[in-house]
Design a binder for this molecule. Structure first.
Ligand code: KG4
Ligand code: ZN
Length: 380
């Protein structure tokens, strides 16, 4: 912890605390150091990510055993790099770390275990407080990073101001689709969530149907740019709870549409579709699917905005990088949405460290380093 003295009438105090964040819930092994000052302003000091994505590509999705093994290999160097890059001029950079935050759910069991056991061990050996972080909540906290150390400032783009409460948060990732209303830090209510597939998962499955490589989302997004978004009318799910989502019907509708396009019925295997579809058909399917998927989340976000009148809207998760989603929100929301840097939208340690900073700063309960367990199905 750094405590500044009174240097001039302008600088009264500047207690600064630094948190190491560790993330290993899926296929990214990540660690970062973030500092928070006495006004709650967060600055990124380091951010290291090693992805095992390439190893999963040939299987068309994340293979849990491969992900877990990759975390075992990567976790130590990733954490070491994050700590030393944050304090390059220090002989003992661990001295500068005030707490450790780690994702303990939701995610793949074997993957979470590597991050959590590493964090628990470090908390005990280095004598640091430990905080367990909900990965999904963490995604939104990428938006609370206001800047980076001089060596990172050019590499990352940060929002121009810290989100103001009440905050409406939309989480759109490969594993989650949720709308959350925050009255303040740690005071939130889940307005709605997906009842089946997450939006990113739907992008990934549609990519498979039309033969685009993993990860599907960015590839569907690129293909959609060559297609006509009105070429096909696909269904939007009607939900009993007005802020809930559903994407599995849309994904099945895309499958049926692809079968129909090549003149086959529902018994035709999805694995044989891509080679029979033309590039234009693939682009039109991608664009039509993307339009409906994006409209689904944007409709609900606009509805929640009108009902709850938040001061700020923030978006977290990999699908927040989607240009189509960003454009639709810009057109339909009366407030401008500022986005975290794309490198901080997908899984990373910085978002975990940032939420850890607020836990430390606001005196939230610490986790027990001897017992903190993983929670693969943790919800908000
Ligand atoms: O947040 P994230 O890195 O991992 C999870 O916590 O799930 O999100 C990954 C998801 C994947 O489903 C990926 O296909 C999707 O985000 N994604 C996109 C785009 N970039 C990533 N989906 C649509 N358009 C994009 N540009
Ligand atoms: Zn994620």
């Amino acid at each position: 912890m750094l405590i500044c003295q009174v240097l001039s009438p302008v600088v009264v105090s500047c207690v600064v605390m630094r948190v190491l964040g560790i993330e290993s819930s899926c296929d990214e092994t990540a660690a970062a150091v973030v500092e928070i000052d006495d006004r709650g302003v967060c600055t990124l000091l380091s951010n290291v990510v090693i992805s095992s994505l390439d190893l999963h590509a040939k299987y068309g999705g994340v293979v849990p055993e491969i992900a877990a093994r990759s975390h075992i290999e990567a976790i130590e160097p990733v954490v070491d790099q994050a700590v030393s890059q944050a304090f390059p001029d220090d002989d003992d950079p661990w001295d500068k770390i005030d707490a450790i935050a780690v994702t303990y759910g939701a995610g793949l069991g074997g993957s979470l275990l590597i991050g959590v056991l590493t964090a628990r061990t470090l908390a005990i050996v280095k004598k640091k407080p430990l905080y367990g972080i909900n990965h999904v909540e963490g995604h939104l906290y990428a938006n609370f990073l206001s800047g980076g150390s001089p060596s990172l400032a050019d590499e990352y783009k940060f929002p121009s101001k810290t989100p103001e409460f009440p905050v409406l948060g939309l989480i759109v990732s490969g594993g989650h689709s949720q709308l959350v209303l925050f009255e303040d830090h740690f005071k939130y209510r889940l307005l709605g969530q997906t009842n089946d597939d997450a939006i990113g998962e739907a992008f990934d499955k549609v990519a498979k149907i039309i033969g685009l490589p993993y990860p599907g989302g960015p590839n569907v997004s690129k293909k959609a740019a060559e297609g006509n978004a009105q070429a096909f009318q696909l269904p939007k799910a009607k939900m009993a709870q007005k802020y809930d989502f559903s994407f599995s019907g849309l994904k099945t509708a895309v499958l049926r549409l692809a079968q129909e396009q090549i003149g086959e019925d529902f018994t035709f295997p999805s694995t044989g579709l891509a080679e029979r579809l033309s590039e234009q058909q693939k682009a039109d399917i991608a664009a039509s699917f993307q339009r409906v998927a994006v409209e689904t989340v944007v409709d609900k976000t606009v509805l929640a905005f009108e009902e709850f009148q938040p001061k700020t809207v923030i978006i977290g998760g990999g699908v927040a990088s989607s240009p189509a989603l960003r454009q639709a929100l810009a057109e339909r929301l009366p407030v401008a949405v500022e986005y975290a840097d794309p490198k901080l939208c997908t899984d990373n340690g910085a978002m975990i460290a940032t939420l850890g900073c607020f836990k430390l700063w606001l005196g939230q309960p610490e986790a027990d380093p001897y017992t903190l367990d993983i929670k693969p199905n943790l919800s908000m």
